[in-house]
Structures are given as C-alpha cells and as structure tokens.
Design a protein around this ligand. Sequence first.
Ligand SMILES: [Zn+2]
Length: 494
Amino acid sequence: MKHRMLAAAISLMTLLLLPLPARAEAAQPIVISDAAGLLAMAQQPDGDYVLGANIDLRGVDWTPFAFTGTLDGAGYTIYNLTLSQPGEETRITYDGRHRGYHTVFAALFSSVSGSVTNLNLLNVKADLATDQPCFLSGIAGYLANGTIQNCTVSGRLKITSTAKQCGASAIAGFGRGLIKGCTVDAEITMITINPDAYCEEYLGGVLANGFADVENCKVKLSGYTSVRGYVHNGGIVGLDDVNPKDKHYSGYVRGCSVDAVLSFFEDVADRRAYCRAYVGEIQNPSLLVVGNETVNFESRESKDFSRALLPDSTENPVYDAVVTAPSDSEFGYTTYTNPKTGYSYTDDYTAPAHTPGEWQIVTPATYDSEGLQRQFCVECGALLAEQAIPRLIAATSCTMSESKLRLPYRETTQLRAEILPEDATNRNLSWASSNESIVHVDDNGLVTAVGRGTAAIYCKTGDGLASAACEVEVYFTTWQWITQYVLFGWIWQK
Ligand SMILES: [Zn+2]
C-alpha cells in the first residue's frame, strides 16, 4: 500500500515537472502600437503582427512594401496615412486584352500575399502623379492571392497618370485572392489624359482589376475619372478578368451593397464606357455576380474633355474649417467646406479621447493645509487628473498710504493700502468709516469729507487677518465759515 502511494506520488510529480510535449510552439504575433512599429514591419515583412493601439501616421513618410505575413488589426485604426509615392516593388499587371505592363503600387502594402484582417484605415490620402503604370489603393496595391477580411478603408485617393495602365480602388488595386466583409467610404479621382497614349483605366470600390472573390462588402464611393482611353468603372470591381493563364475561374462578387456616384469621361473614338454598379466590365464568363444590393448608383458621363472632373471644380478653393472634437469612442476630425460649391471633406483625424470637465474641488485649501481638486470626463466620468490646491497664504500686514490727514469740508482724497506678503491669497480690501456723518469712504478707498469733526477710516484685508486705520480731521475753510454761519448758512444747508 505504502509503495503504491509512493509510486503514484512520484508519477504525479513527474507529470507536473515534465514540460508539456503537446504544447505547440505557436509563435506569438508581434504587437505594434506606434508608427515606428509599423515602419519596422518592412524589415520583417513575413512576420505575424497584431495591432495593440490606434496609430496616427500623420507626417510619417510611408514607403509601401511587399507584405507576405499576417496582420491582425484587432479592430484598431491606422489613421492619416498619406501615400506620396509607390513602393519599389514592380509586378506585371494586365489589361483586358491580356497585355502585360510593368507596374508599381501605392497602398499601405505594395502587395499582400498573406492576410490583413480586422484593420481600419481611416483618412488614407494620396495625390500621386506618375508616368509609370500604377495601381493606387488603400490596403494592397497588388493582391497576390492574399486575404483581406473585416477591414474598413475611408479616405481620398487621387492619381494623375500619363501611362497606359492605371487603376485605383480602396481595398486592393490589381490581383486575386479573397476580400470579405470590408467597408469602403472613399472619394477616388483618376486623371489619365495623356494626348499621346490611350490609357486602360480601372476604378472599383473594392478592386480595380483582377479576379478576387469579393463577398459581403459595403461600398460608398464617389469616383471622378477623366480618361483619354478606356474606362472600366464599377462600384465594387472595375474589370473582372482572369489572367494571365487561368482562363477558367469560378469566382464571385456577392452579398455586397453599393452606394456610388461615378462621374467620368472617355475621350476615345471607339468608346465602350464601362460603368456599372457592381462590376464595370466582366471578361470572366464564370464569374458569379449575385445577391448584391444597390443603395444608390449614378453613372454620370461627361462629353466635355476640356477639363478634368474633380470633386471640387473651383479654382483655388478656400475652405471653411470646423473641428469636431473626439469622444470616448469616436475619432475627432476637421470638416473643410467650400462655401461656394458646398463640397466638403474631412481630414486631420484625432484619436478618441475623454472630454475633460471643469475642475471639481474635493477638499478646499485652508491656511493650514493644501486642498485637492479633480477633473473627470464629462462623457464617462473617468478620473482624468488630480491636483493639489496650494495652501492659502494669510495677509500679515496692511499699511495705508496715510495714517493721519486733514481734509477741508466737501473735499475728497484717495487712500491706498498695501497688503503683505505680495502673494497673500486674498488681495481684496474692505473700507469703513467710524463716523459716516464726518467722512464717507467708498469700496475703492475714495474718502469724502461730509461734516466737520474727526473720525477714522479703516481698511481690512479680505481674509480679515490684517487691518489699518487713518485718522481724518474735517475742517471748514475761512470762506466756508463765513458762508455757513454768517451769510447763507440756512440755504447752503439744503
Ligand atoms: Zn470618457
């Protein structure tokens, strides 16, 4: 019996001491909480990452790179990203006739072959000019069979190109893969009016050109495309085309909703002017476009090729700025409105934050001890700050400018008083006369002689801890004597 118990105890201890062999060596994702962490991803683009905070990229010089790892946004937001240049990566993209172009990409990532999930991209901006074939997008310039899921992108993207191939979208530029459950709120402007080149242009809320599977995405899109060449504009996908070899692919664009206004012109003789709510042009006969919803769709074609179509066509517009403060859960931003056209956009986003209320005194300060005050969020009541209130400083002396004076009847004079120390908390003074029928004093120390005789003027510090006095003798001048008692005293008295 004893042996059995001992054996059981030993085997139990052995079990406890042994490392768990079943535990897989699952690598922990790298947590990114600031702009420096995002920039460092370029050094290890095959890593697994998770965001640990909202990240402001205002003023950060971002160079897109090929991302082959995984990024879980964890519901956090990257905001104020400005795309001022394409990345170094080039890949071949194809037009509708399967002609290939060496292409560059401007987006958070020049390409995505892994996955990007649960990421919000708020206020992504671009105003690019290029002479190379280029795709501009929010998350992936080129989707290399990667996955983009549960992401949101909002912002304003503009590209001006003289090349023969140009595309823009909010989620992915060119390619294939899976785009699911994403939300877009974007304004996209493309100007490709090189008089010497007919451009193949692609605009899609989710994907500009390719054959990605798109599912359950929600698009709000304002498009402005001015093209000398061929327009392929769609609320969800610009051109759906299988390339270069997979001629048969049973892809889908399904369960999405579209709220889009697409303004465009197509300056070309054999115009096709593809502009549709879901997919601009479908070249893949196996593509399934089902279960999508049109909240609103307007295709506005212009035949005036003399000027590019812009969100705000005013020359040198002047905008009124109105700041919306952040709340506990919402980002703050500035709304810029052109009063002439009514066009407005938002920019300069600020992180969600508490709203500080007035300081509240918890314990008032006294002459013996410090007090305490606190500041709370007016929205959620969280304690934001706590501060000591300095101990009160008592007045130790009060000295009047005169200690004794003589004043003719009906004259006035100004008395002043000095309080020490200079940093005494209460700098107020109160004034009083010992006899109002002889001298009157106002709140500012102005003394008026109202009757013959002697009285005292007192002043006291606001804290009541120091005081001073001045003796005032009121007398009649010779002329006053004569007037009062010899001549018209009875009238003068009135
Ligand atoms: Zn709060």
